[in-house]
Design a protein around this ligand. Structure first.
Ligand SMILES: Cc1cc2nc3c(=O)[nH]c(=O)nc-3n(C[C@H](O)[C@H](O)[C@H](O)COP(=O)(O)OP(=O)(O)OC[C@H]3O[C@@H](n4cnc5c(N)ncnc54)[C@H](O)[C@@H]3O)c2cc1C
Length: 284
């Protein structure tokens, strides 16, 4: 198959416009599985985005209070202490992804490109209301990540578009990510939860993975905990943590499949949410 190696976003979008049938390749950890499973048209052009420096970098804008991460930044890079200090939940989620080899190759842009409901980076981006940056030949646009992920492995990406990066706020407060799988390491999430507590805005955000067709937010649980938290200590009572977990379970829409049952998944996200609420109060 022909493989192109653009070195700029412009070159990549121009190549994509010239070869609309082509497949974008970042770390290849999802794409190669797709090729092996026969989901990719043999002979179609592959456009590797690995050599685009803009996609491989990240920048912190202290004035805006944001972190912008290029689509080609890997999980290993996201675990770097300098990124972990700004967006701890993203580093925490990255640590749970696959094996060292997968974390060295797999990228945040690839996680978004696939948009599996089990993608570990995605609940974090959802809870942070990340902005996804997209480019096509001649134009760019920004999309709220919660509008970008539209269904099981379905996104709002238009033909000819590539993901260039995401911008997330640097939140004053607490954030955490937790995941349950069939074993401790090298595991796709059976259920996952991200909680972000924003002390400045007095808001709580909760996003769930692997319990719906895409990442789910839990508005009722979010406003419940926000109304009950002590905003100095970020502590909620045991009873409020339990009710928060119950509301999160109620917001899930799990199915039974080869990895788990709907009942277990519904229970698990409630437990994860309750634990994260407890951790918020214990560590802040
Ligand atoms: C053994 C194994 C274990 C895994 N474990 C986990 C896990 O624990 N958690 C988890 O979340 N995932 C896991 N994965 C899945 C995978 O590693 C992640 O989804 C990863 O983020 C994919 O990134 P990538 O760079 O490899 O993407 P690729 O495979 O290169 O691409 C994935 C998709 O995104 C598209 N794409 C890539 N870059 C762009 C871009 N810039 N713009 C538009 N589209 C783009 C591609 O065309 C493709 O459709 C695992 C995979 C394997 C093989």
């Amino acid at each position: 198959m022909p493989v192109l190696f653009p070195t700029t976003v412009d070159e990549a979008t121009t190549a994509l416009a010239a070869h609309p049938e082509s497949m974008l390749l970042a770390g290849g950890t999802d794409a190669m599985v797709g090729i092996n499973d026969g989901h990719h048209r043999p002979g179609a052009t592959v456009i590797s985005v690995n050599r685009i420096a803009d996609l491989r970098s990240w920048r912190h804008d202290p004035g805006a209070g944001t972190l912008t991460v290029g689509a080609g930044v890997t999980y290993t890079e996201l675990m770097d202490p300098s990124i972990a200090a700004l967006v701890p939940a993203l580093a925490e989620a990255s640590r749970t992804v696959g094996s060292p080899q997968i974390r060295n190759a797999g990228t945040l842009g690839g996680n978004l490109g696939t948009s599996s409901p089990a993608g570990d980076g995605l609940p974090v981006l959802s809870a942070l209301n990340a902005v996804v940056h997209l480019a096509t030949a001649g134009s760019t646009r920004d999309v709220d990540v919660n509008d970008f992920m539209v269904g099981v492995k379905r996104t709002a990406l238009e033909p000819g578009e590539i993901i260039t990066g995401v911008t997330v706020p640097v939140v004053d407060g607490w954030q955490g990510y937790a995941k349950v799988g069939v074993r401790n390491a090298m595991v796709i999430a059976v259920a996952s939860t991200c909680v972000v507590v924003d002390r400045a805005r007095h808001t709580v955000a909760v996003a769930l993975g692997s319990v719906g067709p895409t990442i789910l937010r839990c508005p009722e649980a979010e406003s419940f905990l926000a109304a009950r938290l002590d905003w100095d200590s970020l502590v909620a009572s045991d009873a409020d943590q339990a009710e928060f977990g119950r509301l999160v379970s109620a917001a899930s829409q799990p199915i039974t499949d080869h990895r788990s049952t709907a009942d277990y998944r519904r229970h698990a996200v409630g437990v994860l949410a309750r634990r994260l609420a407890r951790r918020a109060g214990a560590t802040s």
